[in-house]
Design a protein around this ligand. Structure first.
Ligand SMILES: *[C@@H]1O[C@H](CO)[C@@H](O)[C@H](O)[C@H]1NC(C)=O
Ligand SMILES: *[C@@H]1O[C@H](CO)[C@@H](O)[C@H](O)[C@H]1NC(C)=O
Ligand SMILES: *[C@@H]1O[C@H](CO)[C@@H](O)[C@H](O)[C@H]1NC(C)=O
Length: 389
């Protein structure tokens, strides 16, 4: 509750509407399901289909246990590759690699059924399909009608209709439509997202949908780019159930990439434009990627950013980037390439020293996990009943 004591008393007395900013869902991104497909020479097909548990994996159950039980988070965003769910020989669409799907579903079920938390399913594909070998730039843009090799907007819709049908009976699963669309027309991003929403709802699934902006879903860039700005497009999405939130990513380094150690970008200032846009269109948002290094400046700025989300009612959830069983000593963000480990519990830096889990997750981000989160009922843009775990 972000009310002053006086306001709280007034609200209790029925003098004010009891509206307040609330984070309902908080946690971590699980990145490893998209691993093993990268090639220095951009060799098409590298790591496909890949070996589950060897080239890639989705979660470590013991890591999820620590996150859910010790740190009491209720949200995990789980990355996978479209080219593994829908092998190139099948094409993007409703036909899945059932072996791969079972591995993925096992992870989602572990999070949602065994641990009782919520999960965002995250096709980590940058709105591209057919060549993840040099992500985030390789592959045909979905729906690019000038590219004969590109999957179509309709195929993307069909993929989502099928995935939605398979998770429609699990109200704790949220549908993150796509990780970081970029360098494409915003009209096409909108068309692809709308096709996905249409097919999800046609399948009967009522699950919360999370729709990303173009330009890497960057919050700071939301209102930039003239007619291409996300602020001119994304509110045009139509969800007959009004259960679609916006997906935003925001890093604190100079170029917002999450590649650098130094934090120099003030989130409150940089998110002001997208927050005003959310308010204008009465939309809610998740920040599903953010992070920082273990410098004093980053600690301050991460705290400021988490406080900013907590006090602005437009933000209902967040996941920090990133945990995941396959990072080893490598770092998911914010280290200028230094191997400081990840947010995965038990992870260590290359020299055996403390990891980002030890220096950033435990003392900083985990401390901002609200004491009360939603632990039951459908994931919703309106949130649900809050309780402590
Ligand atoms: C489906 O996934 C399994 C497990 O990763 C793999 O062994 C198999 O080759 C895949 N099939 C296709 C058609 O990609
Ligand atoms: C669409 O495909 C054409 C043909 O391959 C390519 O020239 C163009 O750059 C693509 N569009 C975008 C936005 O990448
Ligand atoms: C969705 O929102 C629109 C616009 O506010 C409203 O007219 C409609 O009744 C809502 N639909 C549902 C299912 O809540």
């Amino acid at each position: 509750m972000k009310l002053t004591l006086a306001a709280t008393m007034a609200a209790c007395a029925g003098l004010l509407p009891s509206v307040s900013a609330t984070i309902y869902y908080a946690g971590v991104a699980e990145s490893s399901g998209e691993f093993g497909a990268w090639s220095a020479t951009a060799q098409v097909g590298t790591g496909l289909p890949g070996r589950f548990g060897v080239d890639y994996s989705f979660i470590s159950n013991s890591g999820v246990d620590i996150m859910a039980e010790k740190h009491k988070i209720n949200l995990f965003r789980v990355a996978f590759l479209l080219e593994r769910m829908c092998p190139l020989s099948y094409g993007l669409g409703a036909k899945f690699n059932e072996t791969h799907f079972v591995h993925f579903k096992d992870s989602i079920d572990y999070i949602t059924k065994t641990k009782g938390a919520y999960a965002i399913v995250d096709p980590h594909n940058y709105m591209r399909y057919n060549n993840p070998s040099s992500q985030p730039f390789s592959g045909s843009i979905i729906g690019n009608s000038s590219d004969p090799a590109a999957a179509t907007t309709a195929q993307f819709g069909a993929f989502w209709g099928e995935l939605a049908k398979r998770f429609a009976d699990n109200e704790k699963v949220m549908f993150g439509l796509m990780n970081e669309p970029h360098d494409m027309p915003s009209s096409l991003n909108l068309a692809n997202l709308q096709a996905a929403i249409d097919r999800i709802r046609q399948s009967g699934a009522k699950n919360l949908i999370i729709a990303p902006g173009n330009s890497w879903a960057g919050g700071h860039a939301w209102t930039q780019g003239g007619s291409e700005a996300n602020s001119n497009w994304i509110h045009k999405l139509v969800d007959p159930l009004n259960n679609t939130a916006i997906d935003i990513h925001e890093y604190l380094d100079q170029d917002f990439s999450g590649g650098h150690t130094a934090c120099t970008q003030d989130a409150a200032k940089n998110l002001a434009g997208v927050t005003a846009w959310l308010k204008e269109h009465r939309l809610k948002a998740f920040i599903t990627e953010f992070g920082g290094s273990n410098t004093p400046a980053c600690v301050t700025m991460l705290n400021d950013m988490l406080d900013y989300m907590a006090k602005n009612e437009e933000y209902i959830g967040w996941t920090a980037w990133a945990a995941g069983p396959f990072w080893g000593p490598n770092s998911p963000c914010c280290t200028d390439g230094k191997q400081l480990g990840s947010l995965e519990p038990g992870s260590k830096a290359a020299d055996g020293g403390p990891s980002l889990y030890d220096t950033i997750w435990v003392p900083v981000i985990a401390k901002k996990v609200p004491a009360k989160l939603q632990w039951s009922g459908p994931a919703s843009v309106n949130g649900g009943t809050l309780s402590s775990k």
